[in-house]
Ligand binder design. Structure first.
Ligand code: SAM
Length: 289
């Protein structure tokens, strides 16, 4: 096994200079330069030799290499064509790694899992490009793919919103959305200093374990209720839900909230996921949608 050094800043500089590679801010390119963090992510993601792993944005392959060492197979999707020859070099000795050139938001992931990842279930592991954190997480969760867990490095501020408890100012529609589908765990806080170049914000690693079963609520309506409630989070739940978007008048909202045992003057941030589910189910039973 080659001396592992993909996270050495000196090596990265030499490698990137040799290939004439320039970091793209637009593509969220902040590469890991700390071996401890790399090892910790893979360890805490619970990767073992039976696992099929999907990585998003391998960069020069730092995390990919650690994943290759601990899993059965890694497929890594990278959007930046100029990184492909670099990855060919850095991962040359691993026969359990496949690099796919493409945009993770456009790639047919279902096909990729079927054809290259043993049909799944797969574990997703990534140091995500921060400009598309939320769309990527939303897509992975909503598409009903054969995914077991998602372990990702993201901006600390977004991680705090995903893992927020009711009654806090970070608790919002993103929290409810992710927690509806997943069990959420914050694994690590990560300082700016472990990246090249350094990002402006601190980071955190979170793990999302996809729930095997989710509530049978009408999801479209449920998320509409959640978004409507948080759109005007300073208002009482009675007033925020009395909105043109939901097509129900104040009297009806009042009746629904009372039936759900939710105080009329409560704020959205104090409602649990189960409260939003109850409200949505009552609305469904009105047959107005
Ligand atoms: N995994 C590497 C590491 O930890 O050092 C690089 C992580 S860097 C934060 C994000 C990577 O995602 C970059 O390599 C970037 O080119 C790639 N990327 C950005 N947007 C992408 C997209 N839509 N689909 C796939 N890869 C993307």
């Amino acid at each position: 096994m080659k001396d592992k050094r993909l996270y050495s800043p000196k090596y990265i500089r030499e490698l990137l200079d040799r290939y004439g590679f320039a970091f793209s801010k637009q593509l969220g390119q902040n590469f890991l330069i700390d071996g401890n963090i790399v090892r910790n992510i893979v360890k805490k993601a619970g990767i073992n030799k039976d696992d099929y792993v999907l990585e998003i944005g391998p960069g020069i392959g730092t995390l990919t290499e650690e994943l290759a060492l601990h899993s059965k197979k890694v497929v890594a999707v990278e959007i930046d064509k100029s990184l492909l020859p670099i990855l060919d070099e850095t991962l040359a000795e691993y026969d359990n790694v496949e690099i796919v050139h493409g945009d993770i938001l456009k790639v047919d992931i279902e096909k990729l899992i079927d054809e290259r990842l043993g049909g799944g279930p797969v574990k997703v592991v990534a140091n995500l490009p921060y400009y598309v954190t939320t769309p990527i997480i939303a897509m992975l969760i909503e598409k009903d793919l054969n995914i077991d867990s998602i372990t990702v490095m993201i901006q600390k501020e977004v991680a705090d919103r995903v893992a927020a408890e009711p009654g806090t100012k970070q608790y919002g529609s993103l929290t409810v959305f992710v927690n509806f589908y997943c069990h959420v765990e914050t694994l690590l806080s990560v300082p700016k200093t472990v990246f090249m170049p350094r990002p402006k914000v601190d980071s955190a690693v979170i793990k999302l374990d996809l729930k095997k079963t989710i509530d049978d609520v009408d999801k479209k309506l449920f998320f509409k209720v959640v978004r409507t409630a948080f759109n005007q989070r300073r208002k009482t739940i009675l007033n925020s839900l009395t909105s043109a978007q939901l097509h129900v008048d104040k009297e009806m909202v009042k009746q629904i909230l009372e039936e759900c045992n939710i105080p009329l003057n409560e704020r959205a941030e104090n409602l649990k996921i189960e409260d939003f589910i109850k409200i949505s189910k009552r609305l469904t039973s009105l047959n107005i949608y």
